[in-house]
Structures are given as structure tokens and as C-alpha cells.
Ligand binder design. Sequence first.
Ligand code: ASP
Ligand code: MG
Length: 401
Amino acid sequence: MLIVQKFGGSSVANAEKVNRVAGIIADTYCEGHDVVVVLSAQGDTTDELLAKAAEVNPNPSKRELDVLLSTGEQISVALMSMALERMGLPVVSLTGWQIQMSTSFDYGCARIRKVSTERIRQELDKRRIVIVCGFQGVCGTGDITTLGRGGSDTSAVAIAACLHADKCQIYTDVEGIFTADPRKVEGARKLDEITYDEMMELASLGAQVLHNRSVEMAKRYGVDLEVLSSYIRNSGTKVKEVTKNVEQMKISGIAKDNNVARIAVVGVPDQPGIAFRLFRILAKSKINVDIILQSIDRNGTNDISFTVSEDDYEKAMSLVAEHKESINFQDLYGDKNVAKVSIVGAGMLTSSGIASTMFEALSDAKINIQMISTSEIKVSVLIDESNADKAVQVIHNKFFN
Ligand code: ASP
Ligand code: MG
């Protein structure tokens, strides 16, 4: 089999961990498989590099920042190759440009266009273990790009897709995908399987196990994906198109996102074009709006509230305030102390009453819901941030006990 194995930054954080991971790679290779390994930068290296840049220039160009950030992954692949060399195994490390990981020109958040498999294939034909830098690529001008924070998962899936690998294994410091964050929620369990769609929702709703673009790509190319632990040799969680759901679970997981803020635009005229004007202003500044709620008409006016990420909050507030006249609102309120709690499950497509079960759990715990939004396979509520952890726990108890 051809297996792509990706190890995250915490799994290769120091020499001891590098050696442990080398053991996993060596075992896979010695079972007779072709192995391509994708690595992240060690531990907090990427954050440290960002801090180093800020010391010299608080506003560096994105191009130079990518030249700097891409070095973290180069350290990892070199060290891992040395660890495997010491074990007497044939190995070669390669950068993103050596494997022609072609990307768009968006420094800092580049999109993968194509991966040339030629060099990797040549090395595999020589029975070498191939160790590749995650997170980095090269754009049309031959300049170094990076894929955005957490991007090595996406590098691994892209390489697996282009090589038509039999498996893509994402090794991390948890044992797989859990029904909720196991460090915070009592009774959280590991899932054996989850669908690509559920995983995409969970990844974008705040579960931090997988980069959401990696799941999107795995779905598009049908990559056989598994999330598993670098420390415990156990099977992890398979991410696939359809799951068996033997336990007939109504939902697969609960996610919490504290990086949310709510903005309320109060007393706008109830007439066509107002929502368009408001959201166009935000869209022009590339501010992503998530949940939107419009109240019903009261004496010819209504209220529009919406959520943005906390990082965009100040900018959104001042943009809306600046356009008070053209939007024609009476008051503007904002609140950063809110959190979004979501349940996700493909089961929602076929069974009813799931949202009401969630609301019942919140009602029993006397937690007030400020906003609600739904999609085919998820229900999200916006609540006070101070209640968020409790909300996740009571919802989890309701569905899984
Ligand atoms: N080293 C990069 C980061 O910290 C990429 C990754 O870890 O996936 O975001
Ligand atoms: Mg990661």
C-alpha cells in the first residue's frame, strides 16, 4: 500500500518525540508499504517565527513572512530524516518547491493548484521513505507561499489525492474525533467514523482537530482519511462519505466557538434594500457574516442582528457606524461576550426533534438562547460566553447519556 502519514507540530516537538514518530514511520515502512510523510513545524515554532518577525517589523510583507514561516517545516523534515537515517533506513526530505506543490499567489493563505508527483514517485521507486514539508508551496513566480495556519493537514491530503494513496493518516495528540472536547467535557467519546460533511461542519465550527480545507479536499477526491494518536497505538476515527452509525447516534458531535461577536443594528426602516446596503458594506471589507437574524416589523422599523468573528468586530462596528445615514438605523449595539455552540449530525436529515432536544437541555440549565441558525446537518445557538462550557456539557449529557 501507499500510505501518507502526517504528524502535527506537537507530535514532533522535541528530539524524544521525533524519535517516537520515527518509530511509527519505520514500522509502517518495514511492513512493506510505500510511505510519504508530511510534517508540521515543531511545537510552537510557527508562533515563535511570527513573534521574531514582529520584533523587526510589525508590518512585514506577506511574501517575506512566508519565506520566514516556511523554515519551521524544513527543520522538522531534516530532523526526522536524520532520525530515520540513524535507524539505518533509506530516507529523503523534500521541500514544497522540490515536489512542485503549486499554489495561488495568496501569500499566507495560498490555495493548492497542483502537486507534481514525479519526484516523490522516483524516490518511492528507490524504496526510500519520503519526508515532505507541510504548509508550504510555490506560486507561479517561483516564490514561497504558505497555506494558512494549520495548513499541513491540507498538504497531506493534497499529496495523498495526487498520488492516489491508499490511505492518508493524520497523527495528532488526541486519539481521534470526539463527540466533544474530551479535555473539557465529561463523557466525551471517540467516534469510530464520521462523514466528510459532519467533519467539515465540526472543523469550521471550532473543533480544532483538522484544517477544514483538508476535509473539503478529502471529500472531493475521495481520500481515505483517518485521524489517530501519535502516542497510543490504537485505531482512530475514519472520515468517509457514509458511515455505518451502528449506535444510531442522533448527533456526532458538539462544537463551541468563543471567537464570535454579535452586532445589532436597531430601528432600520422596513423597506427593500436595507439589508443589502448593510451587508454589502461588510462584504466589501471582506468581513464574514455568520448568523443573521431580522426581527418582524414594528411601526415600520425592525432590527437586524448578525455575528462576525471577534477579530473583525471592531472593524465591523466602525464600518456600520460610519454608514449610519445610508443604512438609516437608530441604534447600534455590540457584544463580544457571546459564544456559538453547535450540534452536528448527518442523522438530522432523517430524524426529527433533534433541535428541540438541544433547546430542552439549554432550557433545563436556564441558559438563554440569543440567536439560532441551522443547516441540513447542524444547529447552532448563540449564547452568553460565560455559559458556553456548561451548555456543551448539558447538551452532551442529553444526547449521549
Ligand atoms: N506550522 C503551521 C502552523 O502552525 C502549519 C501546521 O501546523 O499545520 O500553522
Ligand atoms: Mg493542526
